[in-house]
Design a protein around this ligand. Structure first.
Ligand code: AMP
Ligand code: MN
Ligand code: MN
Length: 327
C-alpha cells in the first residue's frame, strides 16, 4: 500500500485473484442501472463458465423492469445465502464507495472486496481496485478482464456488456463514445450482442406513466443563471398523479439537459422519504465536483447525491455548489 489508498490493481493481479477464488458475490449499487447490473452479470456469467459459484446481490427489492431481459437478472437478490464460504470474493461494480451498495450489506473485510469501477474519485475501498476512469463503463473494465482471462464471450455475456456501454454512453451519444468504444461495441455485436433488444428494452418501450411524468416535470422546469441552468423536481404527489414510480424518472434529466443554452441541469427526486439529486453538464461545469461538495459523486458530466433536508434547502445548496464550480 502507498499512503492510505491501495494502488490501482493491474489486470493480471485481478485475473489471478478471480482464478484463485471459488465463490463470488457480484454487488450492484442502489437504484441499479444497466452498467452496474450488466457488468456484474457479465462477469458472473463468465465465472460460472469457469466452474465458479456466483451470486448476485443488490439492496433494492427488484431489478428495474427495463433490465430484466439480461441473462441471470432473475437470480439477482438482496439475500445473501447462509452457506456462502467465508472467503467468497465480493465484487463491487460501478460505485465509488461501499455505501452506494446500500445498507443491507453484511460486514465485509477489505481482503474479500474487489472494486471494479470507472468513476472519478473512487475511494479504492477494496483489497484490489480495478478503477479505470477513462473507460466509458464498468462493463468495458470487465471486458478487459475477460479478454485477459481468455473466457469466450457468449451472446448473453456480450449483450450484458453492450448494455453497459449503451447505458453509460446514452446510446452512443455522450462524449465518452470514443473510437475505442465503438470498436469494442462492434466486437460485442460480432459475439452476438443483441443491440436491437437493448434499444427496445432500454431506449424504446416507454410506459405511458413515465411519459406523463416527464410532461409534469418539464412543466415545472425553471431556468436560472441567464438560462445556463435548469432544474425541476418530482415528488410523491406527481408520481401518484401519473401512476408512475421511481423507475419512470430516468429519462427526465436528459430532456432537461438538452434544452438550448443550458450548461447544467438538475432534477430533484423528492419521494420515498428522501431527496436524491441528478446533475448533468454539457462539459463546461464539473458536476462531479459539485456533487462531491454535498457528499455525492459521479462523473464530470453526470453526477448525483442524496440530500438531508427539505426540497427548498436542496435547491439552494445545489445552486450554491454549482456556482462554486463556475456556473
Ligand atoms: P444518476 O443521476 O442517479 O443517474 O447518477 C449519475 C451519476 O452519479 C452516476 O455515475 C452515479 O453513480 C453517480 N451518483 C448518483 N448518486 C450518487 C450518490 N448519492 N453518491 C455518489 N455518486 C452518485
Ligand atoms: Mn451506475
Ligand atoms: Mn457506470
Amino acid at each position: 500500500m502507498i499512503g492510505e489508498k491501495p494502488v490501482a490493481a493491474t489486470t493480471d493481479e485481478v485475473v489471478a485473484e478471480l482464478r484463485k477464488r471459488k465463490a463470488f458475490v457480484m454487488v450492484s449499487h442502489v437504484k441499479p442501472d444497466g452498467d452496474t447490473l450488466g457488468a456484474g452479470l457479465a462477469l458472473g456469467l463468465a465465472l460460472k463458465r469457469l466452474g465458479k459459484r456466483v451470486h448476485y446481490f443488490q439492496a433494492d427489492d427488484s431489478v428495474p423492469r427495463n433490465l430484466r431481459f439480461l441473462a441471470d437478472a432473475d437470480l439477482v437478490s438482496n439475500v445473501v445465502p447462509a452457506d456462502l464460504p467465508a472467503d467468497a470474493l465480493w465484487v463491487f461494480c460501478d460505485m465509488s464507495d461501499t455505501a452506494r451498495a446500500g445498507e443491507s450489506l453484511p460486514p465485509l473485510s477489505r481482503e474479500n472486496i474487489l472494486d471494479i469501477d470507472h468513476h472519478l474519485g473512487n475511494s479504492h475501498f477494496g483489497a484490489l481496485n480495478y478503477v479505470l476512469p477513462r473507460e466509458c463503463s464498468t462493463g468495458t473494465c470487465v471486458m478487459h478482464l475477460l479478454r485477459a482471462m481468455n473466457v469466450p464471450v457468449t451472446p448473453e455475456i456480450a449483450t450484458c456488456l453492450l448494455t453497459t456501454i449503451m447505458t453509460d454512453t446514452g446510446g452512443f451519444m455522450h462524449s465518452n463514445t470514443t473510437p475505442e468504444v465503438l470498436l469494442l461495441s462492434a466486437e460485442l455485436m460480432g459475439s452476438g450482442a443483441d443491440k436491437d433488444q437493448i434499444t427496445e428494452e432500454i431506449f424504446a418501450n416507454k410506459r405511458l406513466p413515465a411519459l406523463k411524468l416527464l410532461g409534469r416535470a418539464l412543466n415545472e422546469a425553471t431556468l436560472g443563471h441567464d438560462g445556463r441552468y435548469v432544474w425541476s423536481y418530482v415528488d410523491d404527489a406527481m408520481l401518484a398523479e401519473c401512476h408512475a414510480d421511481g423507475e419512470d424518472t430516468e429519462e427526465i434529466i436528459g430532456h432537461l439537459r438538452s434544452i438550448e443554452g443550458v450548461d447544467v441541469a438538475a432534477l430533484f427526486k423528492a419521494y420515498d422519504g428522501e431527496i436524491r439529486v441528478s446533475l448533468r453538464s454539457n462539459g463546461r461545469i464539473n458536476v462531479q465536483s459539485a456533487a462531491a461538495r454535498l457528499g455525492g459523486g459521479g462523473h464530470f458530466r453526470a453526477s448525483g447525491l442524496t440530500f438531508e433536508g427539505s426540497l427548498p434547502e436542496a435547491i439552494a445548496a445545489v445552486d450554491a455548489a454549482l456556482v462554486a464550480e463556475g456556473l
